[in-house]
Design a protein around this ligand. Structure first.
Ligand SMILES: NC(=O)c1ccc[n+]([C@@H]2O[C@H](COP(=O)([O-])OP(=O)(O)OC[C@H]3O[C@@H](n4cnc5c(N)ncnc54)[C@H](OP(=O)(O)O)[C@@H]3O)[C@@H](O)[C@H]2O)c1
Length: 253
């Protein structure tokens, strides 16, 4: 089997089976794993919906970890500088192309755009192994009406699930400033933890692995209903170790 075809097969198998951590361990222990660039397994195709400050920084981290990434914009030509600077693993496209490209899709847009993205792309997003929702409803930016609607749904996690029906959503990276993503990655000593909330174990396993690969520690805080705590300005916002996150979560209940 040609090397690309081999990795394609491995990638599909891992996406299918990643809920079992033994699968990742088995792959990591195999001599073939030395051929793969990312530390945790074969490369996953990642589509970035939103490639601004946070989406650009997060997509860059995924490229640096060895994953092919399509950055998207409503004006993809404006992403030329970014993708040229990142080399052959990075490319630019429309939102539709990035969603089609990704095994994993990260949505990193002002929360006001989420409804439109859902209307146009929910069916395609529902077919993805993971949709990482990095977006936050912020009243001063997105308006009181939207913030109130999100609150009525039970917070950002459940609101995103309503706007993207059928998607395997996890919330993660929501309250780590884009400038800190490169600064804090692979920090010596105790790693910075990324709180993650979701209902789908397979999606959580894949997202957790990506978090480790880019130099952070995943800290699962609960189901999507807990996603309301993953916004800036809440106790979980900013940077914490996983022990600190466990302590904060215990005090939320
Ligand atoms: N900045 C941070 O440090 C940070 C940290 C954690 C989470 N976040 C969250 O991440 C989200 C983005 O923040 P940001 O600071 O990265 O914003 P930003 O720099 O303004 O980038 C916004 C991105 O969203 C895209 N976008 C806007 N409307 C869209 C639509 N209707 N369809 C598709 N794409 C659309 C824009 O693409 P175009 O090129 O098409 O305009 C742009 O790439 C926010 O929800 C924010 O709360 C930000």
């Amino acid at each position: 089997m040609a090397r690309d075809a081999f990795f394609d097969h491995q990638r599909r198998e891992l996406l299918r089976l990643s809920a079992s951590s033994t699968v990742w361990l088995a792959f990591a222990a195999s001599p073939l794993s030395a051929l793969a660039q990312p530390a945790g397994g074969p490369p996953l195709k990642i589509g970035m919906v939103g490639s601004g400050r946070e989406g650009g920084a997060l997509g860059t981290a995924f490229v640096n970890a060895g994953h092919p990434v399509m950055f998207s914009s409503r004006h993809p030509e404006e992403l030329k500088g970014l993708v040229d600077s990142l080399g052959p693993l990075a490319r630019a496209g429309t939102v539709e192309q990035a969603i089609a490209f990704g095994d994993v899709v990260a949505i990193v847009v002002p929360y006001t755009a989420m409804e439109e993205i859902g209307k146009e792309h929910a069916a395609a997003l529902a077919k993805k192994a993971v949709v990482i929702d990095v977006s936050n409803p912020i009243a001063r930016r997105d308006g009181d009406e939207l913030a109130k609607w999100v609150e009525q749904q039970g917070g950002a996690g459940l609101a995103t699930a309503k706007l993207l029906p059928g998607a395997h959503i996890v919330r993660a990276f929501n309250a780590i400033n884009y400038m800190k993503l490169s600064e804090d990655a692979h920090r010596p000593g105790e790693l910075v933890a990324v709180p993650i909330a979701g209902d789908d174990q397979n999606a959580i396993a894949i997202a957790s692995n990506l978090i480790r690969e880019i130099g952070f520690e995943p800290a699962i805080v609960g189901g999507l209903a807990m996603g309301k705590y993953l916004v800036p300005g809440t106790p979980l916002g900013g940077e914490h170790t996983s022990a600190e996150i466990r302590q904060i979560v215990a005090n939320l209940h």
